[in-house]
Design a protein around this ligand. Structure first.
Ligand code: NDP
Ligand code: MG
Ligand code: MG
Length: 340
């Protein structure tokens, strides 16, 4: 069985006398920096001159320097800029890494696919909250935790794992529970999940369902509510109590219809495609494609983004969401509406 690490498993002496350089002050960066600082850890934020994030970090009471200066000062250097710019930022900061320092990530992509080749005399670790940064911050402020992962890629000091656990404690992850993984497993499962299920699979399912109804003559508004809006209610139930709680909460009709028809929609062909997508993640095909796409200035990415934005479900959804009161911008306690 998997070991889950909690607050008591973390020894804060592995971080309390160290300086942590947080490179980037976006989704993850602002949360790690503020949570660590409030946990009593010395934090310096590394941002490029003219960065739009500099003012925000200063307003939050943090010390700001250039990425190179911050990395030189830091004993732990946490790279929290977008994955696509990490290799360039790493080149700027590598001279500041001393023997025994730690290079730390929140996602394994650049290490796993060799886009960053760290010096041999530093520890290389991963501390990845399984949540967007604003929740990592909000949970910490509410004395709650955010579940997370740790991994060790390179351990020169013999203390890499203990230090990663202490860092996870500092950002509040051990309050909720932390499990140990590897860079390979974190990277491959993360990419597969977002491609096949979470981001790619779900949006395609929603669009196909919407198009099927609209093409059959049903109103786009009805199709929007049925195929997109209600998805949240279903996901909330699965999140709380697994598939079982969802099935228990919907009508028997919905349950019978879903159980008899679901596997006809996402069938063995989809399963074969999932296995293909997984192989492309495992053999580096996807990583190569994405790296080249960035080098070429993102032509396909921009085209696909534009097409997605002008899809009928988006055209109909924008005014609908403005019209209805459930979307007041405060997602803190979205009421749980009745399931179908
Ligand atoms: P963001 O896109 O939010 O990072 C933005 C920050 O990076 C800004 O402070 C920005 O500053 C800075 N930045 C952007 N480009 C550069 C550059 N060329 N040089 C220096 N600084 C730059 O990143 P995320 O927080 O989303 O992701 C950080 C890491 O965390 C990634 O490895 C990601 O995979 C991982 N992760 C992200 C999660 C999430 O929910 N977002 C969840 C778990 C892991 P500027 O104003 O200068 O542009
Ligand atoms: Mg991801
Ligand atoms: Mg219904």
């Amino acid at each position: 069985t998997t070991t889950v690490y909690y607050d008591d498993d973390a020894d804060r002496s592995h971080i309390d006398s160290k300086t942590v350089a947080i490179l980037g002050y976006g989704s993850q960066g602002h949360a790690h920096a503020q949570n660590l600082a409030e946990s009593g850890v010395d934090v310096v934020v590394g941002l490029r001159p003219g960065s739009s994030s500099r003012a925000a970090a200063r307003e939050d009471g943090l010390r700001v320097a250039s990425p190179a200066e911050a990395a030189a000062e830091g004993d732990i250097v946490s790279i929290l800029v977008p994955d696509t710019v990490q290799p360039a930022v790493f080149e700027e900061i590598r001279d500041g890494l001393e023997a025994g320092d730690t290079l730390q990530f929140a996602h394994g992509f650049n290490i796993h696919y060799s886009q960053i080749e760290p010096p041999e005399d530093v520890d290389v670790t991963l501390v990845a909250p399984k949540s967007p940064g604003h929740l990592v911050r909000r949970n910490y402020e509410n004395d709650e935790g955010t579940p997370g992962l740790i991994a060790v890629y390179q351990d020169t000091t013999g203390e890499a794992k203990d230090e990663a656990l202490a860092y996870a404690h500092g950002i509040g992850c051990t309050r909720a529970g932390v499990i140990e993984t590897t860079f390979r497993e974190e990277t491959e499962t993360d990419l597969f999940g977002e491609q096949a299920v979470l981001c790619g699979g779900v949006t395609s399912l929603v669009k196909q369902g919407y198009e099927t109804l609209v093409d059959a003559g049903y109103s786009p508004e009805m199709a929007y509510f049925e195929c997109l809006n209600e998805l949240k209610l279903i996901v909330d139930l699965m999140y709380e109590g697994g598939l079982g709680e969802m099935w228990d909460s919907v009508s028997d009709t919905a349950e019978f219809g879903g159980l008899t028809r679901g596997d006809r929609i996402v069938d063995e062909h989809s399963r074969e495609r999932m296995e293909e997508v997984l192989e492309e993640v495992q053999d580096g095909t996807f990583a190569r494609e994405w790296i080249l796409e960035n080098q070429a200035g993102r032509p396909s990415y921009n085209q696909l983004k534009d097409a997605e934005e002008s899809h009928g479900i988006e055209e109909v959804g924008r005014p609908l969401r403005d019209l209805f009161a459930w979307n007041d911008g405060d997602d803190e306690e979205t009421e749980k509406a009745e399931a179908p």
